[in-house]
Write a protein that binds this ligand. Structure first.
Ligand SMILES: Cc1ncc(COP(=O)(O)O)c(C=O)c1O
Length: 350
């Protein structure tokens, strides 16, 4: 730390992104990226955009906002586009989390929530998942402080039903409930139909996973007009040109091709079922995921060892500490990738 660093920095443990190795080619199942390509329209759009890069991008990302609103069946006033959903979350923390009332989220969830809480000086309360690694809605009913829930939850893949999330929203009329739907397109119920009903519901989405556009950095906030206006105030106080021209074009093309993505996310579900069947056949335990990853453990092989042994064989998965240190998180890959991973696991476990 330099002698100029703000005192806040001493308290920060920055988020550690998953490995993005450049040394050799891995079967890369560690950061929940799509195994499929973006839709054809993305390729056409991005190639033509170089000419426009001389100019600033549209700060309102109008075409992208319109395309996303249309694809989700909401009004444009309900949408704010962001540079990845990490930025959407950061804006939401800045807009809706006060230092002392604080923020509440599960003890096992997306690792950026505690980082944002520390960065923005917001008191964080981590609420333990149940023994079955499920979020217990009743733990978030009542009390004070913004609630942040990933649904499906990050790292476990377990989803709450819309009715369960609605129970939390209803029980927190004085607090904003942020529902991070990064993985919702892989089979869970979205809370989108509730944004007109509750003025305290803010949904965060990303095109990084089901949109196969992780490198483009496109996310959004969805909510009632007043909440979106608040997040917009943060955006225009921080980075007005937050979504670049290429990302805007790529995102609009992706939002317009629902049929392509419905087919691809269907493939993810099929491959997820194949992966789970294979894990079961190997005697491994896994959590019931509705996301594009599965958290799994093998009896007698510590999670970290499993991670290393897979890496030696050219397969990257993710290992976390804490309550899920016995597990590895496996992104659902293509059929071939799933087969290769299962073959490696079979070799390791035999
Ligand atoms: C639950 C959850 N939310 C948000 C993000 C951030 O995604 P991005 O910034 O790529 O949109 C991730 C990334 O892994 C995630 O797992």
């Amino acid at each position: 730390m330099s002698r100029f660093a703000s005192s806040r920095l001493a308290l920060l443990t920055p988020y550690a992104p998953g490995e993005q190795p450049q040394d050799k080619k891995y079967v890369k199942l560690n950061t929940n990226e799509a195994f499929f390509r973006p839709c054809p329209g993305v390729f056409a759009q991005v190639g033509e955009i170089a000419e426009r890069l001389r100019l600033y991008c549209d700060p309102e990302a109008k075409a992208l906002t319109r395309a996303v609103a249309e694809s989700l069946g909401v009004r444009e006033e309900n949408v704010l586009m962001t540079n990845g959903s990490d930025e959407a979350l950061a804006f939401a923390f800045m807009a809706f989390c006060d230092g002392d009332t604080g923020v509440r989220f599960p003890d096992v969830t997306y690792g950026f929530y505690p980082v944002f809480a520390a960065l923005f000086g917001v008191k964080a309360r981590q609420i333990p998942l149940g023994g079955d690694f499920r979020i217990r809605p009743e733990d978030y009913c009542g009390g004070s402080g913004t609630v942040v829930i990933a649904n499906p939850n990050a790292q476990t893949g377990i989803a709450l039903s819309r009715t369960e999330v609605e129970k939390i929203i209803k029980a927190n009329p004085g607090n904003v409930v942020i529902v991070d739907e990064a993985y919702v397109d892989f089979g869970a119920e979205s809370c989108l139909p509730l944004i007109d009903k509750y003025d305290n519901l803010l949904i965060v989405r990303t095109m990084s996973k089901s949109g196969a556009l992780a490198g483009a950095r496109i996310g959004c906030c969805l909510g009632c007009r007043e909440l979106i206006a608040d997040v917009k105030t943060v955006k225009y106080s921080f980075n007005p040109y937050n979504v670049g021209t290429m990302a805007q074009a790529a995102g609009a093309a992706a939002a317009a091709d629902a049929a392509y993505y419905a087919e691809k996310t269907g493939q993810v579900r099929e491959n997820r079922a194949e992966l789970c069947k294979g894990l079961e056949a190997l005697g491994m335990e896994y959590l019931p995921s509705l996301a594009n990853f599965v958290l799994a453990r093998a009896k007698g092989v510590p999670g970290e060892k499993l991670y290393s042994m897979l890496k030696e064989r050219g397969v990257l998965v993710r290992h976390f500490g804490g309550r899920i240190e016995d597990f590895v998180r496996i992104t659902v890959g293509s059929r071939e990738e799933v087969a290769f991973l299962l073959a490696c696991l079979k070799e390791i476990l035999s």
